[in-house]
Write a protein of this length. Structure first.
Length: 541
């Protein structure tokens, strides 16, 4: 199998999701929380097999690339990897570390000893020492496909709304027979209560739905046996690995099981087992992820949604670099990692008459490609400033160019610490939305003035801004945040928000990160954009 060499980039967590659906999500949540805490990039490995025949994109909305790589495909590359796995069924010869045996994050840091190789992570249960807030944040960041959320919401509305009791009786999640008879008796004994029964057996569903106070999801696909024989036993899965379940979970059965999971998460569940499926439903419920799923999205955002979006901008400390100010002591200057001073390739968009940033880098030896269609010509003549009377847009049309086209002016084989810098009065959102993650990932630093946060109460604006920020966060982390004081502070759903934010992002593999920053905002390198007004003080997001 030919694998992308970038898969093993340093300071990357390869989150391997295998097994049944709930086990996969457990590994996903733990891997996302761990990558965030380390300040590392992450990549998703989600192979389809008989344990789960659904692709990641069948279940979740995603802007991440998802790789259908099997565990055994990675054995030839183990020298490039730290192995953080709960088991070793494929014959890795290097040390395999089950992280669940460690006491805390500090023990992991000591174990790593500064090792920056990519980490292959797979744990089918959420690590007990991961902070619950971090895991819940990862859960809230996962977005179930809109069609699945709509189906669950409509079923709940059809059967009387929330307030029902959930009973988990999926037979393939139990090693012993599920407590079917006890649950049936309990439902009969409580005719004034409503129940949802979650099952992967058509006969069991039919029996329970004969009772007037029970509803189930009518399914078109169920779990089947992979080979003739009992449901449990020593056998091999479709990848040839040891597995105790004689099951074939096709894509349709998994997708419909996810709707069951959402219905169970919206209920008050009965603890019928210790299965990972039921535990995941409880986690979804406790994390608050069901709230936006149960309510049809309205035209306005909620306070929690606004706060969740702003959390994407909370700056990280750089353990391997320090910050410097490039440009003047007013509007047009930016706080950057010091590596920016070593750049030889800059794309600067929307320059107006503020060229102190461009001029300083040009004096240091960088070639700066300047783009602005709103001014008649170059405001400063310099041998390394190359002015283009064109603006930034989603595509090449009229006076606008896409970022992909602008980037053609860079000698990429010779590029050193390339920088993207922009101030385009709000045009950045549509332009960035149309820019590929691959193009953004070619820049070590992305810095710009981002407009329109005072309109986050409008859902269309919120969704557009969030989508762009999540795309950038896939490859870069914020390291500096400063509010432009030209427009003050607005209240958005009760949250104080500056309409204009200057944000600097650094590519995840271009620096080492030390967790979220505690530096005040504004910091010592910041200057008010308008000198006759006080700078805006923000608590770190």
């Amino acid at each position: 199998m030919i694998l992308d060499g970038q898969l093993f980039a340093p300071r990357t967590v390869l989150i391997f999701c295998d097994g049944g659906f709930a086990n996969r999500v457990n590994s996903l949540l733990g891997g996302l929380a761990l990558a965030e805490r380390l300040g590392w990039a992450h990549k998703l490995l989600w192979p389809r097999n008989n344990r789960c025949g659904a692709a990641f994109g069948d279940i979740f909305e995603t802007r991440d690339a998802v790789h259908e790589v099997r565990l055994q495909d990675l054995v030839p590359f183990e020298a490039d990897l730290q192995l953080w796995l709960h088991e070793n069924d494929v014959g890795f010869k290097s040390v395999v570390t089950p992280l669940r045996q460690l006491p805390d994050m500090q023990a992991l840091q000591a174990l790593r000893g500064g090792d920056e190789r990519a980490a292959l992570y797979c744990e089918n249960s959420v690590l007990p020492w991961l902070a619950e807030a971090d895991v819940n944040r990862a859960m809230l960041g996962l977005k179930f496909r809109a069609a699945l959320a709509t189906q669950a919401r409509e079923l709940i509305a059809t059967h009387g709304g929330v307030g029902y009791i959930g009973i988990h009786l999926r037979g393939t999640d139990f090693y012993a027979p599920p407590p079917t008879e006890a649950m049936f008796t309990a439902v009969q004994a409580n005719p004034d209560k409503r129940f949802f029964v979650c099952s992967d057996d058509a006969t069991l569903q039919a029996r329970f739905t004969a009772l007037p106070n029970v509803f189930t999801q009518v399914k078109t696909a169920y779990v089947e046996k992979r080979v003739v024989g009992p449901w449990r036993g020593d056998m091999r899965d479709s990848d040839g690995l040891p597995y105790s379940g004689n099951i074939e979970r096709g894509a349709a059965s998994v997708v419909q099981a996810v709707v069951d999971l959402l219905l169970l998460a919206a209920s008050t569940p009965v603890l019928t087992s210790e299965s990972s499926f039921l535990a995941l439903a409880i986690r979804v419920r406790k994390s608050g992820a069901m709230a936006p799923l149960l309510a049809a999205p309205g035209p306005h955002t909620t306070q929690q949604e606004v706060m969740d979006l702003l959390a994407l901008l909370r700056p990280f400390d750089m353990a391997s670099d320090h910050k410097v100010r490039i440009g003047g002591d007013a509007d047009g200057g930016y706080v950057m990692p010091s590596l920016a001073r070593k750049t030889n390739a800059v794309v600067s968009i929307g320059i107006g008459d503020q060229v102190s940033f461009d001029a300083e880098l040009a004096d240091l030896g960088a070639t700066v490609l300047q783009f602005d269609h709103t001014i008649p010509g170059a405001p400063l003549v310099h041998e390394r400033l190359r002015f283009h009377h064109q603006g930034w847009g989603p595509s090449d049309e009229g006076p606008l160019l896409s970022l992909h086209t602008m980037m053609q002016g860079i000698d990429w084989p010779q590029a050193r610490h390339p920088i993207l810098k922009f101030d385009t009065e709000g045009a950045e959102w549509d332009a960035l939305a149309a820019t590929s993650s691959e193009d953004l990932a070619r820049f070590d630093v992305i810095a710009g003035e981002f407009h329109g946060f005072h309109n986050l109460n409008h859902r269309s604006v919120y969704e557009r801004i969030r989508a762009v920020l999540e795309k950038i966060r896939c490859t870069h982390l914020p390291v500096h945040l400063h509010a432009n004081n030209a427009t003050g502070i607005r209240l958005v759903q009760g949250v104080p928000v500056p309409p204009l934010l200057e944000i600097t992002f650094v590519r995840r593999d271009a620096a080492r990160f030390g967790g979220h920053s505690t530096e005040p905002i504004p910091g010592p390198l910041d200057r008010p954009n308008m000198a006759d007004r006080p700078d805006l003080c923000l608590r770190p997001f």
